[in-house]
Design a protein around this ligand. Sequence first.
Ligand code: GLN
Length: 307
Amino acid sequence: MDYQSILDRVHAAVKPIIGTGSVASYIPELAKVAANQFGIAMVDLNGNVYQAGAADTPFSIQSISKLFALTLAFHQEGDSIWSRVGREPSGTPFNSLVQLEQERGKPRNPFINAGALVVTDMLLTHYASEGGAGNALIKFIRKLANNDDISYDRAVAASEQGTSHRNAAMANFMKSFGNLNHNVNDVIETYCRNCAIEMSCVDLARAVTFLANHGAVPWSDEKILDASSAKRINALMLTCGTYDAAGDFAFRVGLPAKSGVGDGIVALIPGECGICVWSPALEESGNSYAGSVALEMLTSISGRSVF
Ligand code: GLN
């Protein structure tokens, strides 16, 4: 498969639609990101990198951090995490509160904000003594991406923390049901910091290759998750990774994926490669518009899909 020529074709084809949609403005610092940017990268299981556009430009990973946080919590706790967070698509926006009351403070899945707050709470328990859960997640991501320069943007973290009223409402609500062990402020602070981690498309495509390789980092063979757990994370990405557009995304793209309001989407082709596309701005459900179209083209041209 000539990945490079596929990426070049995709890049050329999406040019007219780059910038369509609107950048997230509820986090003031993210509203400053210039639309009209596009990057795409693929990293195969032999470590070969294919890229087009601004694939080395770091951007705010936002909800893509939920994928790494879940992996770390799953690695630590195994199946007991499912007693506190569900595995069903929510069909509601990523920051919705409506299901939480009816479902007694148990979030539908780990990829909506409520679920990620519970996962963050789990990490705070496991990494209390190692310089904190935020540091543990960055360390983990650096290893997966093979890049020690990865860090978080303090301005973005502070900007989100200052406007995290909805997340705080969810966290308080879940705490009232006994589904949060730590102080709400500590959970929100760590969550915002994780969302503010900056990575490029190349970093992110490389960081998800273990999910395309039965849970093992391809270049070191380090087992991050066993094959069955990796398969489960892929299933969650497919069914819940792109919020309430997950059905449409599976229909159009057909790959496990996780998006974020920093305009990036990671995806993977099992047994082949990790993929990341980044392009401001977003369509209504919070997924990059040009990014979604690019992934749809990529799978159509390559004929690859999990189906
Ligand atoms: N940090 C964002 C929030 O909590 C992440 C949301 C997202 O990327 N969908 O609202």
